[in-house]
Design a protein around this ligand. Structure first.
Ligand SMILES: Nc1ncnc2c1ncn2[C@@H]1O[C@H](COP(=O)(O)OP(=O)(O)OP(=O)(O)O)[C@@H](O)[C@H]1O
Ligand SMILES: [Mg+2]
Length: 240
């Protein structure tokens, strides 16, 4: 089997005494997109935190391109080529757009197959960020802040991109723009986990789907199979 870009194997994770992830296993294939779905509180962000090293798995293993990273710090995991676009954007509000991008810059790995991301290539992908490059990030619209959050992750020249609900709180037109960007990133060969609550957003772009329910993996499937299974979607996600 081909090496997976990111793999969680039998992961248990806790916030203090609260046992949030239970025996979670899934894998993201190289150059593929995995849609990670689940209701509020299902454990999606916790999985992303574990993948990025922001929260350590108490049991189980996390690996990136076949190398174990389970006990590594977020900085070391970033150095292995993983970047997170966090839920709620988390940009530096009192820095300018340009400064937000500069502080996130990291050289690509020596063996990287991709052209490196720079301020210029990020601005080429998001012309609106270029127009606002000297503005304080706090003054951007929600959609622009999301673009900045994505641009910042790209400045780390990742091989694996974890995107946690990038559509949250955005108007439909802006969501469509963000999804177009995500599609382009996938076509560029990045391996992507796209976390969402709304399956309709991910079914068009994802290759594989994992649905979490109360901290465990409930379904591993594909968009094609799940489109035919309304009952299963209703059971784990509610109605869309
Ligand atoms: N820092 C924390 N401390 C304690 N409990 C937490 C913390 N963060 C999340 N939780 C709990 O862990 C569980 C999983 O949360 P998580 O944020 O991973 O869900 P999610 O699927 O990302 O939900 P959402 O769609 O609302 O973002 C929830 O029960 C949540 O209340
Ligand atoms: Mg979340």
């Amino acid at each position: 089997m081909a090496t997976s870009a990111l793999r969680l194997e039998n992961v248990d994770a806790f916030y203090g005494d609260s046992h949030v992830l239970q025996n979670v296993s899934f894998e993201l294939g190289e150059a593929r997109m995995l849609g990670l779905l689940g209701r509020n509180g299902a454990g999606k962000s916790t999985c992303m935190n574990v993948g990025m090293g922001l929260l350590s798995a108490r049991r189980g293993e996390v690996s990136v391109f076949g190398e174990p990273v389970t006990k590594l710090s977020p900085e070391m995991i970033a150095a292995r080529g993983v970047a997170l676009v966090p839920q709620g954007r988390r940009i530096f509000r009192s820095l300018t757009v340009r400064e937000n991008l500069i502080v996130a810059a990291r050289k690509p790995d020596a063996g990287s197959k991709h052209a490196p991301w720079t301020i210029d290539t990020v601005f080429a992908m998001f012309p609106r960020l270029k127009e606002r490059s000297n503005q304080m990030a706090a003054h951007l619209s929600g959609g622009e802040q999301q673009m900045l959050a994505i641009g910042r992750a790209l400045m780390g020249n990742p091989r694996v991109l974890l995107m946690d609900e990038p559509s949250e709180g955005l108007a439909p037109q802006i969501v469509a723009e963000v999804m177009t960007t995500i599609r382009k990133l996938k076509e560029s060969g990045l391996s992507i986990v796209l976390v969402e609550q709304n399956p309709n957003l991910v079914f068009d772009v994802a290759d594989d789907i994992v649905i979490l329910n109360t901290g465990g993996v409930a379904v591993v499937s594909t968009p094609a199979a799940l489109r035919q299974d309304d009952a299963l979607l209703r059971q784990h996600l509610g109605v869309f």
